[in-house]
Design a binder for this molecule. Structure first.
Ligand SMILES: [Zn+2]
Length: 387
């Protein structure tokens, strides 16, 4: 596949991992001063600039924003892959020229620079900007709203990460999920919703070539405090992107690649741009379920229990020395028949002991699990994820 070859050799390798801050992207943006219009769209609550990038001069205005949640950086990395793709002069030149004449792509690659620095979902005032669409109490929310009102976009892209707890009924992980947000409690199918659904169907068709069965749709209950719901309700088709988990890719370097392909298909660089897909195929996408954990230890005996059980471990992401440490926390204990692990191990009925030597409890930070008989290690966090 031509585009996969381009990507492997040319993706934006200067940003990687989960911790992406304003410092990381500012240097990269400076390099695009001659290619795109780069400016400051507003200022964060702590006075940091919110970078704004404008690409192309076409009639179709698309407004996007990433890292509205500071700890959700995968789509930011994908945007920089997309910028690099648009600025190169060797491949897809006719398509790029068409894109620049068809679209004006206006994007905030990091709407929440304060939260990105702290690696938090919320901004510096501990406000979730994606629950501030009505109150508009935060400068970052006002910045986005101003752009929305000034630009009159025909499409909005709300770019996020989702946790590794999501998968589908088919047992596959939710590597990429989309949502065409609802506009009311009864989830009426408005024209804007249908257009967003068509675009999602289009992107899904391309993504199935890369991650079959691993693309789904997010819960569409209506929440007016969310930005996507608010913009969609205002009649502008809005797509929520949720970059999720793939195999043991905790840095989400594979998922960023899939988001890049999704953007390329959205803007008709790849895939079949001839036919407008049927919006109703959107409902064929599997629904996100919270049925995954990072690690599941099956078939072990716990102190005081007769039957063998399973122990699910979920990683907490902790910012430490400018890196993200994945700290294992006991998330569930039980038969866990309907849960899947990104990694699983069979404890073969052995009785286990933890590092604290106490009874295993939910919420406990657990870095080692031993065999009670011979103290051999059954689980150790370093064998599970490595940063
Ligand atoms: Zn988010």
């Amino acid at each position: 596949m031509e585009i996969a070859h381009w990507y492997a050799n040319h993706f934006e390798s200067r940003i990687a991992g989960r911790y992406i801050t304003l410092e990381h992207i500012t240097t990269l943006l400076d390099g695009y001063a001659l290619n795109f219009e780069i400016s400051v769209g507003g200022y964060s609550e702590l006075g940091q600039p919110i970078p704004y990038v404008k690409i192309g001069k076409g009639p179709n205005i698309v407004l996007g924003w990433s890292q509205m949640h500071g700890n959700e950086s995968t789509t930011t990395k994908a945007l920089f892959d997309f910028f690099k793709f648009l600025a190169q002069k060797d491949f897809f030149q006719a398509e790029i020229s068409k894109f620049l004449n068809t679209y004006t792509f206006c994007v905030f690659p990091m709407l929440n620079p304060d939260g990105s620095k702290r690696y938090t979902r919320e901004n510096a005032n501990n406000i979730d900007l994606n629950r501030d669409a009505q109150a508009l109490s935060q400068k970052e929310s006002q910045c986005l709203r101003n752009a929305f009102e000034t630009l009159h976009p025909s499409l909005c892209l709300n770019l996020h990460d989702q946790r590794s707890i999501y998968g589908f009924k088919n047992g596959k992980p939710a590597t990429v999920s989309f949502l065409s947000p609802a506009v009311n409690k009864s989830r009426t199918l408005t024209n804007a919703r249908k257009i967003a659904m068509q675009e999602i169907v289009k992107m899904n068709t391309v993504l199935q070539q890369f991650i079959p069965g691993q693309v789904g749709r997010y819960d569409d209950s209506f929440n007016e405090a969310c930005v996507g719901d608010t913009f969609q309700k205002a009649g502008v088709p809005t797509i929520l992107f949720e970059a999720g988990h793939h195999e043991q890719d905790y840095q989400r370097e594979k998922t960023r690649e899939y988001i890049f392909y999704a953007l390329l298909s959205l803007f008709d660089f790849i895939g079949n741009s001839e036919n407008r897909p049927d919006y109703s195929s959107y409902f064929d996408l599997p629904e996100n379920l919270a049925n995954y954990n990072d690690f599941i230890l099956r078939n072990v005996k716990l102190q005081g229990e007769n039957k063998p059980l399973s122990v699910a471990i979920q990683f907490d992401e902790v910012l430490e020395n400018d890196k993200i440490r994945f700290s294992p926390i006991v998330n569930a204990i039980g038969n866990l028949r309907h849960k899947f692990g990104h990694r699983e191990k069979n404890g073969e009925g052995r009785e286990i002991l933890t590092n604290s030597e106490d009874k295993l409890t939910i919420g406990e930070n657990i870095s080692e699990i031993y065999d009670k008989l011979d103290y051999s290690i059954i689980y150790f966090k370093k064998t599970c994820v490595f940063i």
